[in-house]
Ligand binder design. Structure first.
Ligand code: 8YV
Length: 316
């Protein structure tokens, strides 16, 4: 008998769902009407043994409680801030995510955003398209990277991959995270100290309660009017209202953001600023990374239901 699973999120192509249906009895939540969803929870949910979800949709304890036979939650993504790991582990449920396969592409986007902010690419693109070049309108010079300090908040896999890239640009690396990490001489005493030392502050830390609004007004002021913030991690890490205030007042130079506090919604005041570069949470959104993430998320389910240990379990 095929194991019944609930599939959450909108990252699953039709062909993949068709292939998945040959191995599992799939309940694809995004395809259900509200009435079908209600009927699913009345009846079929009681038999569901696996959940396939995404890093941003996740699964909280209340939702997990509606699946009494749940054995495994496979997360498509590395971030686990939307997943109530404690509640799942307390029930003995296996949780897996997709580390490593997205690291390089997410690090590439961090560097692309840093360059876009430093070299003012969106502003220059707008300048050329508007005919300001031909009209000889004034143009602000950009900022170079060589000899500048990149401060990395969160020196895990992605933070270290960002550092490798930025060293090739001649940047000095410093980092902060609460736990000890590699290259201890590069670690600052606090996030505020990191911001004070940095020309560019790159947020690469996991989201969740422990880092919520860690990048606050004081950190942004320490980064200062010549500093730039890059966030490819989670919108929750940055106090977005404080960020908009700092950018609007010129207390912070620029920001390049892939993630936001209330995705996909943006405060109009943020979108109206000229000194920002904005992308729609696309760090891992390449053909290659997404293909590898999907394969790993599904292989974790296949391993578990084939009686083997999951490939990339999240440890308690
Ligand atoms: C995705 C992510 O946007 O890996 C993560 O934590 O934020 C992203 O890769 C998301 O998880 C897609 O499922």
């Amino acid at each position: 008998m095929k194991a019944p699973i609930a599939v959450y999120g909108s990252v699953w192509p039709d062909e993949l769902l068709a292939a998945l249906e040959t191995r599992f009895a799939c309940h694809v939540m995004a395809r259900m009407t509200p009435a079908e969803t209600a009927a699913f929870f009345e009846t079929a949910a009681a038999q569901v043994r696996g959940v396939l979800t995404t890093g941003t949709v996740g699964i909280d304890a209340a939702l997990a409680a509606r699946f009494p036979l749940l054995e495994i939650v496979s997360v498509h993504g590395v971030g686990l801030d939307a997943v109530d790991i404690q509640a799942l582990h307390a029930r003995g449920i296996v949780v897996t995510n997709t580390p490593d396969v997205l690291t390089e592409d997410v690090a590439d986007l961090a560097v692309a955003l840093l360059l876009a902010a430093a070299r003012r690419l969106p502003q220059l693109d707008r300048y050329v398209r508007a005919g300001h070049w031909a009209a000889k309108r004034p143009l602000l010079p950009a900022r170079s990277l060589r000899g500048k300090v990149a401060g990395i908040y969160g020196y895990g896999r992605i933070g270290q991959a960002v550092a490798t890239r930025l060293r090739a640009f001649g940047m000095a690396i410093r980092y902060f995270q609460r736990s000890a990490g590699p290259e201890p001489a590069l670690r600052t005493a606090s996030l505020q100290a990191l911001a004070a030392e940095s020309d560019y502050l790159l947020v690469c830390t996991p989201g969740g309660a422990a880092t919520r609004h860690a990048v606050d007004a004081a950190v942004l002021d320490a980064l200062g009017p010549d500093g730039s913030l890059v966030n490819i991690a989670r919108g929750s890490v940055v106090d977005q209202a404080a960020l908009v205030d700092a950018l609007a007042a010129g207390r912070l130079g620029a920001a390049a953001l892939d993630v936001f506090e209330d995705e996909p919604n943006l405060p109009p005041a943020l979108a109206a600023l000229d000194n920002v570069v904005l992308t729609p949470h696309v760090g891992s959104f390449t053909h290659e990374a997404r293909q590898a993430m999907r394969a790993l998320a599904i292989d974790n389910l296949l391993a578990h239901f084939g009686g083997r240990p999951a490939l990339t379990p999240v440890l308690p």
